[in-house]
Design a protein around this ligand. Structure first.
Ligand code: AMP
Ligand code: MG
Length: 471
């Protein structure tokens, strides 16, 4: 049994419900992330033993309480279909939550069945592992267990449990929950715990709440800038789906954008495009305002002063986001450092991509590998200007290419490939496509023989493409 800690349970008991029941599903390992198990040194025991140990309710397990603004509306929530087993101390001393998702009802389940579909857990597994390989902060997927349960959504589906690894599951919504209880002591304990766990360098800071808020703002500005530069759309950025750690969490209706368009939104439930690709930075800022509101009493005894502090901090979100984004985008066109001229060039490129509906990844891929293809026709003049600027900055194309190869992926989980892999795995009982996809996404920058499959996007595929929450 890997040694697990129970530090979250040291928080006041309002933060969780202890679960006394055992998991009574008949489970079978469906997917196991050997590379992750190895990295975390969780592969000391054999696989079935490890899984058995994790399912045993030794401590007991807990369901975490939280709240959240869902599409702008506040609700009290909590783990309605998940349980925290405990925290695993990795070889690097870092603590990781091990959580089971889809593990049955808790007192937070409301009308839900507490279960998860195999197809939804496969989506989470695929996207979290893809982001991890792209070096974007994210929760990880250690395994999927099939439960041999039939569960009912639009149709009858197979049930599954995901074993999820996270730096923690503390969300903006966890702070909203604590603030809603109107007990400053409870909120202080949550903040202290979060600082200790995620931002220990500010533990001794005199203005702890200020430093904490600033740190979370920075982590999120960095994260969202990475989503933007890689073309990732989270799809349901409710405050309960935003972590304090800065990791991507809760992959529901997420997708990668093919055609560049700021309005891209695939989620079937997001009818107004609240969480469209181009709105992600402003929605992240909106969420961080909700976090800041919880912390107002710690920022100043004078409410007006506290609000001014928050406004100033959140204006800083824009500056930080822009800086991170510009640095990432500059690299995508071969500049190690950014400048006003590079910024203009990036903006011009994006505007041409939007105008001509160019494929986001294929554009950067073709520029990186200097392909003379039809796709680049509408940007021929831009390419001349780009080469001129490289020259003016004394940058050899080969140097620029080296930088570009490190940041412009060849393999991303294209929507049609994800759907195909999940369809074959769940409907046809054939894991072949899934296994190939999972193998390919491990090396997003390798232009190997599989790569070609990720470049051809079926014409018009995204026109009516919809993704689902999977709850
Ligand atoms: P999510 O859409 O997964 O971010 O979940 C939002 C909220 O709904 C959380 O409080 C979940 O625990 C809860 N929830 C989602 N699916 C279920 C389900 N099948 N049964 C019970 N609660 C659920
Ligand atoms: Mg969620």
């Amino acid at each position: 049994m890997p040694k697990l800690l129970q530090t979250y349970r040291q928080l006041p008991s309002c933060f969780y419900e202890a679960l006394n029941n055992k998991i009574d599903y008949d489970v079978n390992p469906y997917l196991f992330n050997q590379a992750l198990a190895h990295k975390l040194e969780l592969d000391q025991e054999n696989k079935p033993e490890l899984i058995n140990d994790l399912l045993e309710n030794h401590y007991p397990h807990i369901a975490q309480a939280y709240a959240g603004h869902q599409f702008g509306n506040f609700s009290m929530l909590g783990d309605g279909r998940a349980r925290l087993i405990g925290e695993y101390q990795s070889p690097g001393e870092k603590l990781y939550d091990i959580q089971l998702k889809g593990s049955g009802r808790t007192s937070f389940s409301k009308r839900g069945d507490g279960k998860a579909t195999l197809s939804a857990m496969l989506r989470e597994y695929i996207y979290s592992e893809a982001l991890a390989a792209l070096q974007i902060p994210t929760t990880r997927s250690l395994a999927i267990l099939s439960t041999s349960e039939k569960i009912y959504r639009q149709t009858e589906e197979e049930g599954a449990i995901l074993i999820r690894i996270a730096s923690s599951h503390i969300r903006v919504g966890t702070f909203e929950y604590a603030a809603a209880l109107q007990d400053k002591e409870v909120l202080t304990e949550l903040m202290d715990y979060s600082i200790k766990r995620h931002y220990p360098h500010i533990e001794m800071n005199e203005k702890r709440a200020y430093a904490f808020l600033k740190s979370v703002i920075d982590s999120q500005a960095k994260l969202i800038s990475e989503w933007s530069s890689i073309g990732f759309i989270h799809g349901v950025m409710n405050t309960d789906n935003m972590t304090i750690s800065g990791e991507t969490i809760d992959f529901g209706p997420c997708a990668f954008m093919n055609r560049y368009d700021l309005d891209t939104c695939f989620s079937s439930i997001d009818v107004n495009g609240r969480y469209a690709f181009g709105s992600q930075p402003s929605m992240a800022k909106w969420n961080l305002f909700r976090l800041a509101e919880c912390l107002l009493p710690f920022l100043s005894t004078n409410e007006e002063t506290a609000i001014k502090i928050v406004e100033q901090l959140l204006n800083d979100f824009d500056r930080r986001y822009e800086q991170y984004w510009l640095t990432n985008m500059s690299k995508k066109i071969g500049f190690q450092t950014t400048s006003y001229d590079v910024k203009i060039l990036i903006e011009e490129l994006l505007s041409l991509m939007q105008q001509h509906q160019l494929d986001y990844h294929n554009t950067f891929y073709s520029l990186t590998y200097q392909l003379s293809c039809e796709l680049l026709q509408p940007i021929t003049i831009w390419i001349e200007r780009w080469h001129k600027l490289l020259k003016a900055q004394d940058l050899e194309y080969t140097m620029a290419q080296k930088i570009m190869k490190q940041v412009n992926p060849v393999v991303i989980p294209r929507n049609h490939i994800v759907e195909e892999a999940i369809y074959h795995a769940t409907v046809k009982n054939n894991q072949l496509f899934l296994k190939q996809l999972l193998e390919d996404i491990k090396s997003p920058y390798a232009a190997n023989k599989s790569a070609i499959n990720y470049i051809d996007v079926p014409l018009g595929h995204d026109d009516n493409y919809q993704t689902f929450c999977g709850t």
